[in-house]
Design a protein around this ligand. Structure first.
Ligand code: NAD
Length: 435
């Protein structure tokens, strides 16, 4: 049954949500207060890089199911479901900044004209639903009819469209049979497993899921450190662990730590949330520390390999926080590049898609034309983001371009023996001994 939906906030999550809901048959208006973004979208462009997104936006703009506006009022004209998909960035103390959610709730309150389900799509701490409800009551007409629901988003950047259209599960937290019915109808075309919970449990599912994945990553990075000190190979350890279905092999890849707009902030927010609830989430604090330390792996190894770094040149392959996205938020590469610059090192960077965004805030580095250009005259090459195209590079050619053949594989993309066979001194996370 076709629903009229407004999605407020058209970033990675809002835009994918809006486009995919249009794709499964609903009439969607995507709203954003960033004029530039909406202008791009109205002209048929897509402000973010996300495989498959451009095609479904084009298709659903053409069939009239997907439109864009900067006005919440216009977006809500027919809406019976309103998604709040704005950003919830971390405050300096780690807590989630909910002022964008509050601002939207306040504006939505004054525009409620029919029974409406207001859905938290943004990742928000437990109890946010109650606050949204209170805001809607404070600023809305006394007779306004609404339900507040939670519907956390589990999409992964890089595979967001596929994840949205073919989810492992859809979670909805509701307080009324009406909200449950409306959301069941909305998601019915996906034919996905749907878990209905109360509001608070649904809110906690998102933070718990992301934090658990962060735990897996930090765990295997801790194991990588032990491997480097004992001569074991972390990829083999992970393989052996992952064959146990209770453990599973996903997220057991040792590397340079997690980044992006979600894990770092969600782990911090969970620690704060727990603190407010009277619980010291020490486990997550350790996860954070391991992650921060892991980002320094490149610098530590470079110092071992090159002794001093002042005046040396390092090529960095990959800037985005993971492959298949141009998202640089909290990308390990940014910390690594800044560390290198502060050591007086020259840095030549390359990324298949994130270069335009990187130019905005990475200063003092050389932006190379391609991966080969990046390694010209380099004293070391560091693979930081495991883009597929880096896997297929001609390492013989790379060897001829570098000044000294030091290779740091921060994501275990390559076979260390094969690289060594090309004449490189190889450093691979959890696979090559420290000494
Ligand atoms: P984003 O920064 O890409 O997008 C947020 C958008 O909201 C921006 O375009 C901003 O201009 C807009 N906005 C802010 N205030 C507004 C207002 N008052 N009116 C209209 N628009 C407004 O953020 P994102 O990555 O899409 O994340 C959104 C939420 O979803 C966050 O809570 C995040 O934690 C969560 N989330 C993100 C991902 C992900 O992979 N990016 C995955 C799951 C959940």
């Amino acid at each position: 049954m076709k629903k009229h939906v407004a999605v407020i906030g058209s970033g990675y999550v809002g835009l994918v949500t809006g486009a995919c809901l249009a794709e499964i048959g609903h009439a969607v208006v995507c709203v954003d207060n960033n004029r530039k973004k909406i202008e791009v979208l109205k002209k048929g462009g897509v402000p973010i890089y996300e495989p498959g997104l451009e095609e479904i936006i084009r298709k659903n703009r053409r069939n009239g199911r997907l439109t864009f506006t900067t006005s919440i009022e216009e977006g809500m004209k027919k809406a019976e479901i309103v998604f709040i998909a704005v950003n919830t960035p971390p405050k300096p103390n780690g807590e989630a900044d909910l002022s964008y959610v509050e601002a939207v709730a306040r504006e939505v309150a004054g525009l409620l004209r029919r029974p409406t389900v207001i859905v938290e799509k943004s990742t928000v701490p437990v109890h946010t639903g109650e606050k949204v409800k209170q805001t809607l009551r404070f600023y809305g007409r006394p007779d306004a009819e609404f339900d507040v629901a939670s519907n956390p988003e589990f999409l992964r950047e890089g595979t967001a469209v596929r994840d949205f259209l073919h989810p492992d599960r859809v979670v909805v937290g509701v307080e009324s049979a009406r909200a449950e019915r409306v959301l069941r109808e909305l998601y019915r075309p996906l034919k996905a497993p749907l878990l209905v919970t109360d509001l608070k449990s649904s809110e906690l599912i998102k933070h718990s899921s992301n934090s658990f994945l962060a735990i897996k990553i930090s765990f295997i990075n801790a194991v990588a450190n032990i491997c480097e000190r004992t001569g074991a190979d972390v990829t083999k350890v992970a393989e052996g662990m992952g064959m146990d279905p209770r453990i599973g092999k996903a997220f057991l890849k040792a590397g340079l730590g997690y980044g992006g707009s979600c894990f770092p902030k969600d782990v911090s927010a969970y620690i704060k949330m727990a603190e407010e609830a009277g619980y010291d989430f020490e486990l997550l604090k350790a996860v954070q520390n391991i992650n921060d330390e892991q980002r320094r792996w490149v610098l530590r190894r470079l110092k071992k390999a090159l002794w001093t770094l002042r005046g040396k040149t390092v090529a960095v392959w990959g800037l985005a926080f993971k492959p298949d996205t141009d998202d640089l938020r909290n990308a390990p590469a940014l910390d690594i590049v800044r560390d290198l610059l502060s050591e007086g090192c020259g840095v030549r960077v390359h990324d298949p898609v994130a270069m335009p965004k990187a130019r905005e805030f990475l200063k003092g580095v050389v932006f190379a034309r391609d991966a080969y250009d990046a390694v010209k005259g380099a004293d070391a090459v560091a693979l930081v983001t495991e883009w597929k195209e880096y896997k297929d590079l001609d390492m013989k050619k790379v060897r001829t371009l570098v000044r000294t053949p030091v290779f740091l594989d921060g994501r275990n993309l390559y076979d260390p023996a094969a690289l060594a066979g090309e004449g490189f001194q190889v450093h691979a996370v959890g696979r090559t001994p420290l000494n």
